[in-house]
Design a protein around this ligand. Structure first.
Ligand code: UDP
Ligand code: MG
Length: 319
C-alpha cells in the first residue's frame, strides 16, 4: 500500500490538538478507501512552551510520531526536520491550526495521485481582498524582486500547504541552506508543478504565530538568499548619482573660470552630503544582510537539533 506522509509543524498549539486528532483519523479512513493510501504522520514540535506535546501525543498511533526540536527554530526549519523523518511515497505539509480545509487536502491528494505527469500540487491562497493596499504593494515588490531575471518563478501566495512526490522531498533535503526560504526553494527545485486556489479557514485562536517583524525578517531572508537585484539597483543608483556629481562639479568649475560666479556653497553641499551619506549607509546595511547570509552558511552549523522523538509506545527515545 503506498504511503502518504503528513508533516505538521506546531508551536504552542495545544488548543487545536483535539481537532487535529479528529482530522487525522478521518483523513486516514478516507484516503484508505478512496485512494488506497495509508497515512504516516510526522508532527514537529518547534519549541513549544505549553503542554502541546502531551496533548498531541495522545493522538499518535502506528508509525505516527512527534519530532521534538530542542528550541524554536522557525517554521521553515521545522518543516525540513519533519521532511527528514518521512518515509512515504507522497509527502504533504499542513499547519497544525487547521486553517487548511479538509476538502482541499483531499483535492491535493486526488490531483497528484491521478496524474502521473505531475510531481507537485501546491495551493494558492486567495484571501488577499481583506489585506491593505500598502501590504499588497509590498508583496508585489517582493515577488518582483525575487523573480526578476530568474530561470524559475516563485508563485505569489503559494505557501507550504502542498503535496509532492518522494523525489521532490529528496531534492528539497539536498538543499542545506541555513537561512531557509521555503517558497523560493519549492520553485527553485523545479519539477512539474500545478497550483490550485483555496481560501484558508479562520484560525481557532486567531493569533498568528508570526509577528509582523518575523514576516519582514522572512522577506529579507527570501530576498537575500534568492536575489541580487537590490545590490544591483544600488550599484546603478550610485553610478548615476556619481556621474551627476561630476557633471555638476564641471559646471561649477566652468562658471568660476569663465564667468567669475562665486561658488554657491552651503545648501547644495548639505544636499549632497545627505544624499550620498544616506545611500552609503543603506548600501552598507544591505551588504551586511548578504554578508550575514554568507557567514551563516560558512559557519556550517546543523540546521536544527532534535531533543527527541515521541512515538505511541515509547515515552521518548533519543535519536
Ligand atoms: N509555526 C511553527 N514555528 C514558528 C511559527 C509557526 O512551527 O516559529 C507553526 C504554527 O504552529 C502553525 C504553522 O506553523 O502550525 C503556521 O503558523 P501560523 O498559523 O501562525 O501562520 P499563518 O497561518 O498566519 O501563516
Ligand atoms: Mg495559520
Amino acid at each position: 500500500m503506498p504511503v502518504l506522509s503528513l508533516v505538521i509543524p506546531f508551536l504552542n498549539e495545544r488548543a487545536g490538538a483535539e481537532r487535529l486528532g479528529d482530522f487525522l483519523r478521518r483523513l486516514e479512513q478516507e484516503i484508505g478507501t478512496r485512494f488506497g493510501l495509508s497515512l504516516e504522520v510526522v508532527l514537529v514540535d518547534d519549541g513549544s512552551r505549553d503542554d502541546s506535546i502531551p496533548q498531541y501525543r495522545r493522538h499518535l498511533t502506528g508509525n505516527w510520531k512527534i519530532a521534538e526540536l530542542s528550541r524554536n527554530f522557525g517554521k521553515e526549519i521545522a518543516i525540513f526536520a519533519g521532511l527528514e523523518q518521512t518515509t512515504g511515497d507522497y509527502v504533504m505539509m499542513i499547519d497544525a491550526d487547521l486553517q487548511h480545509p479538509y476538502d482541499v487536502c483531499l483535492q491535493l491528494i486526488g490531483e497528484l495521485t491521478a496524474d502521473p505527469t505531475l510531481d507537485v500540487v501546491y495551493t494558492v491562497r486567495d484571501d488577499r481582498k481583506q489585506e491593505s493596499f500598502k501590504k499588497d504593494m509590498g508583496s508585489r515588490l517582493f515577488y518582483w524582486l525575487i523573480n526578476f531575471q530568474q530561470r524559475y518563478t516563485v508563485p505569489e501566495n503559494a505557501g507550504d500547504f502542498r503535496i509532492m512526490r518522494r523525489a521532490v522531498r529528496d531534492a528539497l533535503l539536498t538543499v542545506r541552506d541555513k537561512r531557509r526560504f521555503n517558497k523560493g526553494l519549492y520553485a527553485w527545485t523545479g519539477f512539474r508543478q500545478k497550483g490550485i486556489p483555496y481560501t484558508p479557514d479562520e484560525r481557532l485562536d486567531s493569533v498568528s504565530r508570526w509577528s509582523r517583524l518575523a514576516l519582514i525578517g522572512l522577506s529579507v531572508e527570501g530576498i537575500t538568499s534568492f536575489s541580487v537585484i537590490p545590490l544591483r539597483i544600488f550599484s546603478i543608483l550610485g553610478a548615476f548619482t556619481g556621474i551627476c556629481g561630476v557633471i555638476y562639479g564641471l559646471k561649477i568649475l566652468l562658471e568660476v573660470m569663465f564667468y567669475g560666479v562665486s561658488v554657491p556653497g552651503y545648501p547644495s553641499l548639505m544636499v549632497a552630503v545627505a544624499v550620498f551619506g544616506g545611500f552609503n549607509l543603506a548600501l552598507l546595511g544591505l551588504i551586511g544582510e548578504y554578508l550575514w547570509v554568507g557567514v551563516s552558511e560558512a559557519k556550517n552549523r546543523p540546521l536544527y537539533i532534535l531533543r527527541g522523538i515521541h512515538t505511541p509506545d515509547e515515552e521518548q527515545h533519543k535519536p
